[in-house]
Write a new protein. Structure first.
Ligand code: DAH
Length: 338
């Protein structure tokens, strides 16, 4: 009988030593010490043992129980600490590793240039106005002195919604809208999208313009020139010269094309300025009295100037970009450079 107990001890020791996890320890505790466990069944059989042997046998069983318990506890501690070490190793954080960069966007180059231009005019006391991109023929053409069937309309390849509604071809369309709701003095800029049915290296069907106009009493062409010169100097630097070339727009009289000395070659001639040393940058002029009339003003009461410039064109010159189609393409390799 004592031999049985010895082999029970041996098998328990073997089992416990080969336990590989806390689950095994739990199972072994049940196997040996549980209600229906092996050692428990020995203890239960104590009654059937002869009286003179019972005392020694009971003592041995109790010692065995204690032994198995302490073996289980010892192995349990070992397993717990090695599991902890394993977890610490697998969950450890390397605080010296460099952080992973979160890709961070920035403003589109057209927006950057537009914001810069807007802030220059705000510093000169201009206010920013807005108007619809889907526009009545009246505000886009008629009110700006483009009569129906007038050849000047061909200057702008228009997207028609119907006979009377167009996608605005220029932000000049907001001039008469502002005039109708406000009286001079007016100092207004209108940044926004415009649409033309045209596409090549220097034209895209949707692009951005900024229209500006100033209306008051006794405004002269020299005010126009001074304002634009200051603006050009702020955008392209004070060494940039400007020149006014006679031109035609139905809504200004006289009208001018404004050129700047080439920002690439400083006026000595290159392929950007077609060897002329000058680059056309915007259209401008003194507001035609017919426009005042169409807005409901008395034509002789006020004078003023207007100008319009393409934002992509300014961005191309500022950053040396040679294909306007890169702007709407939104290729990250292009955008990341600004
Ligand atoms: N609206 C013209 C265009 O898109 C640009 C322009 C020319 C605007 C002369 C003006 C101006 O205000 O006076 O081609």
């Amino acid at each position: 009988m004592l031999d049985d107990i010895q082999s029970l001890r041996d098998s328990a020791r073997e089992d416990i030593e080969s336990a590989s996890g806390l689950k095994d320890i739990h199972d072994l505790r049940v196997k040996y010490l549980g209600k229906k466990g092996i050692l428990t069944s020995y203890l239960k059989s104590l009654g059937s043992i002869a009286k003179e042997e019972r005392r020694e046998y009971g003592q041995t069983l109790n010692e065995t129980k204690g032994l198995i318990e302490s073996l289980l506890n010892g192995r349990e501690e070992d397993l717990k600490s090695s599991e902890l070490e394993k977890n610490l190793a697998s969950e450890s954080i390397d605080v010296t590793i460099t952080g992973r960069k979160i890709p961070f966007g920035h403003l589109h180059p057209v927006t950057q240039v537009l914001d810069e231009i807007i802030s220059i005019f705000i510093s000169l006391g201009f206010t920013v106005e807005d108007g619809p991109e889907i526009e009545h023929d009246f505000y886009n053409f008629e009110a700006l002195n483009f009569p129906k069937d007038h050849p000047a309309r061909d200057m702008q390849d228009t997207f028609f919604i119907n006979d009377d509604v167009v996608l605005r071809t220029h932000t000049s369309s907001v001039q008469v809208r502002v005039m109708e709701n406000n009286s001079p003095p007016l100092r207004v800029i209108v940044p926004g999208k415009v649409y033309r049915c045209d596409s090549d290296v220097s034209h895209i069907p949707m692009f951005h313009q900024l229209e500006g106009f100033l209306i008051d009493k006794n405004i002269r062409m020299s005010d126009l020139k001074g304002t634009l010169e200051l603006f050009i100097h702020r955008v392209f630097g004070p060494e940039t010269s400007i020149r006014l070339r006679p031109s035609f727009f139905p809504f200004t009289e006289p009208s001018a094309e404004i050129d700047i000395s080439c920002v690439i070659c400083n006026g000595s001639g290159c392929n950007v300025c077609s060897s002329t040393g000058w680059i056309e940058i915007l259209g401008a002029g003194m507001i035609n009295p017919h426009v005042y009339e169409n807005a409901g003003y008395e034509p002789d009461m006020y004078t003023g100037f207007a100008f319009g410039l393409g934002i992509e064109r300014v961005a191309m010159l500022k950053y040396g970009i040679n294909d306007i189609r890169l702007f709407p393409e939104n290729d990250k390799r292009f955008l990341d450079q600004f």
